[in-house]
Design a protein around this ligand. Structure first.
Ligand SMILES: Cc1ncc(C[n+]2csc(CCOP(=O)(O)OP(=O)(O)O)c2C)c(N)n1
Ligand SMILES: [Mg+2]
Length: 722
């Protein structure tokens, strides 16, 4: 199907790729060195930059970006390989020299690939390890969702690829994702593990690869182990070679790393000591100079372009694959293999020797083809024909029309959660354009967050249809649990991390698949904290979604209990890119939901509005904090002023009179108590006000922005709450 570049590279092509691999390593290392030793840094502060961690992926990324990838593929690059990514983009003409020079500085290339801050076409942000990896898996599922609904079929299917650190696999969210991927029939997903056997602190446990292999296989992935490069494979075929292979296979990670660091003479001593036989093995070792021996012994497949190109090129199926690529942390740099190298930087003297070794003249460090053995014109021509860089990779999708008002039948007494269920049910029934693009998802709380009626109408999503046996057996049940490729609800297992990463993937569909989705995720409010880092990650990538958190009380019932959502209002206030609302009444919720459908689709630039001091044109995601508490509803006509005030964050339920001394403000389901309090206090106070706060988050954001504007001299700036 998706046919990679199965063709073997010609000798010339391989020679070009080898030159580019060298150049990528140089540029990445120089970028970091420049930021720390050359650029004027404030007070000589080192900005760091992970040379070792980058070097580990130089060969793999050369093989991918310059050969194996196609424009439709999407990649999450291990955070610390960011300099390698930027170097590749620089060679492809998509990254500026200025941004490399400003690496880790203000407006410079980012230390971790950033979708929103970098300008060189980063597919997925990474940084908090584990999240970008899982994002590729969920993006593969979203691609299937989009195509199953008949959209985006004019584009070829892409592969979602993660470059994963071996220690990154310690993160639990990765395992949650693997399990979910298995349930959902994951395809088109590659995880390439940079098996350098080092974490941040030290060398990792022996034999992890075997755990990884068993684990991935257990969940239906193909596992491809890339261990030895072509030089070593050839040496293994020489007389005595099998003894050498057995020795390396049994060599502990720590010893191997130490010898890599020490170099050729140390390799010779150790090998002769342990397997020297005055025969074949000794001859094999002694036939090589120190430098050659070191090159042989470090010729792992993860640094061997022919092995990598062959492995990536021969994939001819869409099953998920885990590549375990043996690599060396810091490969090609003076601290290769040293266990303390994670944040290591080359000294100026070391950078000088590397420059000399790379044939780079002082002052020509940024020249794209300086010091290479192939003419600039040929290299440039090659770069211009790299398949990956051939076409647009970031799409735009037209906005979907949002009805001005959402209709809902409001019961005299009703909770906001029930109102949410009713609103979605009505959307599912009336089928406005927006309803076709809504995709709901929930981590095993679909029914208890009131998505049931919507799911009954629109069905569950799966690539293969699966009927609800209870229905076919005619057993009465409230919920229709039929799966089909046209279904609009993605049911997840109970892992909130997965919910947020799926929302992140769904919420980027307009840019990644060119097809806009309106994702709505529901969960119990306290469990936002379980997935908080993933929520932050989704917002940081500017994914667009609506999060419906319910129930949200400090208790589920009068007896109290464990599900206490105490800190979430502060999360709503603090999280950038997320507008948080807590309506009390269902008519408010209807207004906010209509606003949210539009707000998640906006992406215009713009100045803050003088009305509320919010920058609403840029849009963002929305968080609705709802409740199961039935509240007596107010019968009122929704005016455009009230509608606007609800969206801006507050309105007067009872405006204060001229002699007002006390105002009661409330948010959400405590409205009966607030009304009662005003009633009691009004006995001896006049003109009391009752302020309905629908979004403390937006009031706060507007107030802060207005204050800032006043400091800049706009003395009349007033926010909505003021
Ligand atoms: C969630 C999270 N915790 C901690 C860190 C700090 N951290 C950055 S890299 C790293 C170790 C990475 O090791 P590995 O994945 O093997 O990559 P390598 O450096 O070997 O390339 C750690 C602990 C982080 N970025 N994210
Ligand atoms: Mg590692």
């Amino acid at each position: 199907m998706t046919g990679g570049t199965a063709r073997k590279p010609s000798g010339r092509e391989l020679a070009i790729l080898r030159e580019l691999e060298k150049k990528v390593l140089w540029l990445a290392s120089w970028t970091i060195h420049h930021a720390n030793h050359v650029r004027d840094n404030v007070d000589g502060v080192k900005v760091g930059g992970h040379q070792a961690s980058s070097a580990s992926l130089a060969s793999i990324m050369t093989a991918l970006y310059f050969r194996a990838l196609r424009p439709q593929d999407r990649v999450a690059v291990k955070p610390h390989a960011s300099p390698i990514y930027h170097a590749i983009q620089y060679l492809l003409g998509r990254q500026s020299r200025q941004k490399l020079e400003d690496f880790r500085g203000y407006k410079g290339a980012q230390s971790y690939p950033s979708r929103s801050k970098d300008t060189d076409d980063v597919d997925f942000s990474t940084g908090s390890v584990g999240l970008g990896v899982a994002q590729t898996l969920f993006s593969a599922l979203v691609q299937d969702y989009v195509r199953a609904h008949g959209w985006g079929l004019e584009q070829p299917e892409g592969r979602m690829i993660a470059l994963v650190g071996d220690a990154e696999l310690d993160e639990g969210n990765i395992f949650e994702a693997i399990l979910e991927g298995w349930k959902q029939g994951l395809r088109n997903c590659w995880w390439i593990i940079d098996y350098n056997r080092q974490s941040l602190d030290a060398v990792i446990r022996e034999g992890l690869w075997a755990r990884f292999e068993a684990l991935f296989q257990a969940f239906g992935w193909d596992v491809v182990i890339l261990k030895y490069g072509t030089l070593l494979e050839e040496a293994f075929r020489e007389p005595g070679g099998e003894r050498l292979r057995a020795w390396i296979d049994n060599c502990p990670n720590q010893l191997y790393s130490a010898l890599v660091f020490q170099g050729g003479a140390a390799w010779r001593r150790r090998l002769l000591d342990e397997i020297g036989d005055q025969g074949d093995v000794t001859r094999l070792i002694e036939a090589r100079f120190d430098e050659e021996l070191a090159r042989l012994m470090t010729n792992l497949a993860g640094h061997d372009l022919p092995s990598l190109i062959e492995a990536f090129g021969k994939v001819d199926h869409d099953r998920p694959i885990c590549f375990i690529c043996y690599t060396i942390k810091g490969f090609g740099l003076p601290f290769a293999g040293h266990k303390d190298n994670h944040a290591g930087l080359m000294t100026p003297a070391q950078a000088e020797s590397l420059r000399a070794a790379m044939n780079i003249r002082p002052g020509h460090e940024w020249d794209k083809f300086e010091g290479l053995g192939i003419a600039a014109r040929e290299l440039q021509q090659f770069l211009e024909h790299v398949p990956f860089a051939a076409s647009t990779r970031r799409y735009r999708a037209a906005p979907i029309e949002v009805p001005a008002e959402l209709s809902v039948t409001i019961q005299p007494v009703m909770s906001t959660q029930a109102g949410f269920g009713a609103l979605l049910n009505e959307l599912g029934r009336a089928r406005p354009a927006i309803a076709e693009r809504i995709v709901t998802t929930s981590p095993d709380v679909t029914v208890s967050t009131n998505l049931g009626p919507w799911v009954n109408r629109r069905g569950l999503f799966a690539r293969e249809a699966l009927a609800d046996t209870f229905k076919s057996e005619r057993i009465p049940s409230t919920f229709n649990w039929d799966f089909s490729p046209k279904g609009q609800h993605i049911e997840l297992g109970i892992a909130e991390m997965n919910l947020f990463i799926l929302l992140s993937a769904l919420g980027l569909s307009h840019a990644i698949n060119g097809e806009r989705l309106i994702p709505i995720g529901t969960l119990y409010d306290p469990f936002i904290q379980r997935g908080l880092d993933a929520l932050n990650y989704a917002c940081y990538q500017d994914a667009r979604f609506i999060l419906v958190a319910t129930p949200s009380g400090i208790t589920l019932a009068p007896e109290g209990g464990a599900h206490q959502s105490i800190a979430t209002p502060l999360i709503g206030l603090a999280q950038d890119g997320l507008a948080a609302f807590e309506p009390a009444f269902v008519d408010e919720l209807a207004v906010i939901l209509a606003f949210a459908f539009d707000y998640v689709q906006r992406d215009a630039e713009g100045e803050a509005s003088e009305r509320n001091w919010l920058r609403d044109e840029t849009g963002g995601s929305v968080y609705l904090r709802l409740s199961t508490r039935p509240i007596e509803q107010i019968k009122r006509t929704m005016t455009s002023e009230l509608r606007q005030a609800i969206v801006d964050g507050a309105y007067w339920q009872r405006p204060p009179g001229p002699n007002c001394q006390v105002v009661v403000g409330y948010t959400g389901a405590v409205v009966p108590e607030a009304i009662q309090a005003v009633g009691l206090m009004a006995e001896d106070r006049r003109d009391m006000g009752l302020l309905a706060v629908t979004s403390a988050d937006r009031l706060n954001a507007g107030w802060t922005a207005a204050q800032r504007a006043r400091e800049r001299g706009l003395v009349h700036a007033r926010s909505h709450i003021e």
